[in-house]
Every structure is written in structure tokens, then in C-alpha cells.
Design a binder for this molecule. Structure first.
Ligand code: CUA
Length: 339
């Protein structure tokens, strides 16, 4: 199919090999809709003017009951158009699920409310996707809880992520869009906390409270930049690493604030260090290292009095593999700085 440009300015700039086909289908539907709108409106206006009651004594009758030719035409044409759109859409949908054999393999985990990306050959979780330009990349996606949807408008791909099912989508980026780095070599963010550079990746299936924050970036880099494995780069500073465990590896930020005192799903981490309080069983606790580590490993071991979840916390237990004791130690070092 010939790639049609974006004459009505409705689409983000194309950035993958799917854009030509998807955009052509999009504009096929737009033009067909506008054309039918025009034809129907013209018939309406014509009939209203030409067949209006011209004198007060004109009898309000018509002896026309049907017109076979007209009815066949207005049934057949839309049927053909709709079947064409269906076949075209189905073909494109299937094509996005069958990746070329040499595609790079990624694993994607969706969880309320964050994305966890595993790059080819890496076991380290990343918050953002790095893909090499002009190479097919294949995402094998699972959900830890509810329905989510992997949506990258610039790549023209969207695929639901369904619990209990492995969903596949692939794409091949055609335009470079690397991350913007700040003076320290970290990802630059603007005043609203938005990461600069890269293409937007959204969750496109309503999945609860923080659905709108379930976003990430797709960075398209050169093969050399990709080979340097930018996703594996952990900060040198242990406190900065602690924040990385909070935001990415541990996924804590999905349910715990760090910049205000409110409860999101669980308690805020601000001021958590050495916080004192009462437990459900009447005893007291102090949020020291042992308490925080236990609360991460066995969230229901100690339940704070007045906890809105009752006896069963929705917090998923994190094993040594999810977040090692050393990593929890660095997470705590970072928590100590939150005041
Ligand atoms: Cu995940 Cu919306």
C-alpha cells in the first residue's frame, strides 16, 4: 500500500514500518466517512428543498413505497466498504503479531501501575524501552493483575496485555529518538517530571486509580548506543540507586508516595524512617531496617492499626530475587533522605 502522508494532521509523525499501512487505512476510513457524510447531507438538503410542501393546500401524500434499485445500492456499497475495512484491519492486526525470525526478544510485564521491561539477554528491570533503529523488536507481554494495553502511537502498535495470556506485538522503528541526558548523564526531566526524548508509551486500557500514570518511553538509538546497554546503567550513588529500586526495580512508586504524606495505596515513604505507631494486635512498632525489610518480604506479618485494607494487604511480597537485602538497604538509605 502506498503510504499516504497525514493531510489532516491527525496522526503523530510516523516512526515505524507499520505507519504506511496503518495511516492508509486510517485515512481510507476518514475519507469514506467524509464522503458518506457529504452524500447523505446533500440528499437531505436536496429533498428538503425540492420536495417541500409548496402551497398550503398541497396534499401531504406520496405514493412511493420503495425503490429496489436505491435500496440495493445503499446496502451493497456500505457492505463492500465495511468488509474491505475489516479485511484490511485484520491483515494489519495479524501482521503485528507475527514477528520476523530475527527480531530481538523483549519481555514486558504490566502491573498496576507500572511497566517492567526486560531487554534482550538482560535480567535487570528497566522502566523504559531502548530499541535499535531499523531492527525488528518483539515484545512478549504478560500482566501480573488486570487488563492493560501496550500502546505506542508513533510506532502504530497497540496490543492488550491480558492476565494469564502471553500477548505478542512487534515493530521496527525507522526514526532515531534517543533520550535527552542531563549534566550527570541521567535521563533529563522537565518541570513536570516528564522524561525528555523518546516516544511515548501509554497504558491504553483503564486499569484503576493510577492508570493515567502508567507511562514509559521508547528510546530509539543507534546500534552502537544499543550495544552499550544503556538500560543496565545503575547510578553510582547508593542513594540514587535506592530511588531506582523505588521507582523501577521494586515498583514501589506505584503504591507509595515519596513527596507527600498522603496514602496512595500504601503509606507514604516520606518520613517513614523510624516512624512509630501501633499495630493491629496492640503492640507498637518502629520503622527500622528490620521492620521495613520484613514488611517488604511478608507484607501481612505486621499490620498497622487502622490500615484500610484490614488483615490482607494488597502489597505483593517481594522475594530476595525481586529486591535483594542489599538493594533494600540502599532503598532505606534513600528513604532516610525523604523529609
Ligand atoms: Cu494499566 Cu491502564
Amino acid at each position: 500500500m502506498i503510504a499516504i502522508q497525514d493531510p489532516l494532521g491527525q496522526l503523530p509523525p510516523p516512526a515505524s514500518t507499520f505507519a504506511g499501512d496503518v495511516d492508509s487505512l486510517f485515512y481510507f476510513l476518514v475519507w469514506v466517512s467524509l464522503a458518506s457524510f457529504g452524500v447523505i447531507l446533500a440528499a437531505l438538503v436536496y429533498s428538503s428543498v425540492v420536495h417541500r410542501r409548496k402551497t398550503p393546500d398541497q396534499a401531504p401524500v406520496s405514493n412511493v413505497t420503495h425503490n429496489t434499485t436505491l435500496e440495493v445500492v445503499w446496502t451493497l456499497i456500505p457492505t463492500v466498504v465495511v468488509m474491505l475495512a475489516f479485511a484490511w484491519g485484520l491483515k494489519g492486526n495479524l501482521a503485528q503479531q507475527v514477528a520476523p525470525a530475527d527480531a530481538l526478544q523483549y519481555r514486558v510485564e504490566a502491573e498496576k501501575w507500572s511497566w517492567r521491561f526486560f531487554h534482550p539477554g538482560s535480567t535487570e528491570v528497566s522502566q523504559h524501552l531502548y530499541v535499535p533503529v531499523n531492527k525488528p523488536v518483539k515484545m512478549t507481554m504478560t500482566s501480573a493483575d488486570v487488563l492493560h494495553s501496550f500502546f505506542v502511537p508513533a510506532m502504530r502498535v497497540k496490543r492488550d496485555v491480558v492476565p494469564g495470556v502471553r500477548q505478542i506485538v512487534w515493530f521496527q522503528a525507522t526514526e532515531l529518538n534517543p533520550p535527552v541526558l542531563d549534566a550527570n548523564g541521567e535521563l533529563a526531566v522537565d518541570e513536570f517530571g516528564n522524561v525528555q526524548g523518546g516516544y511515548d508509551l501509554f497504558c491504553a486500557e483503564y486499569c484503576g486509580d493510577q492508570h493515567s500514570t502508567m507511562r514509559a518511553k521508547v528510546f530509539v538509538v543507534t546500534q552502537e548506543e544499543f550495544d552499550a546497554k544503556p538500560w543496565d546503567k545503575l547510578p553510582d550513588d547508593p542513594i540514587a540507586r535506592g530511588e531506582y529500586y523505588y521507582r523501577v526495580k521494586g515498583g514501589c512508586s506505584a503504591c507509595h508516595y515519596s513527596d507527600r504524606d498522603d496514602i496512595l495505596v500504601g503509606p507514604s515513604f516520606r518520613g517513614l524512617w523510624m516512624r512509630e505507631g501501633r499495630l493491629k494486635d496492640g503492640s507498637s512498632y518502629v520503622a527500622d531496617e528490620a521492620y521495613i525489610l520484613e514488611s517488604i518480604r511478608q507484607p501481612n506479618a505486621k499490620v498497622v492499626a487502622g490500615d484500610r485494607w484490614g488483615d490482607v494487604s494488597p502489597m505483593p511480597a517481594k522475594s530476595e530475587q525481586d529486591l535483594s537485602a542489599q538493594e533494600v538497604g540502599e532503598l532505606i538509605e534513600w528513604i532516610k533522605t525523604l523529609k
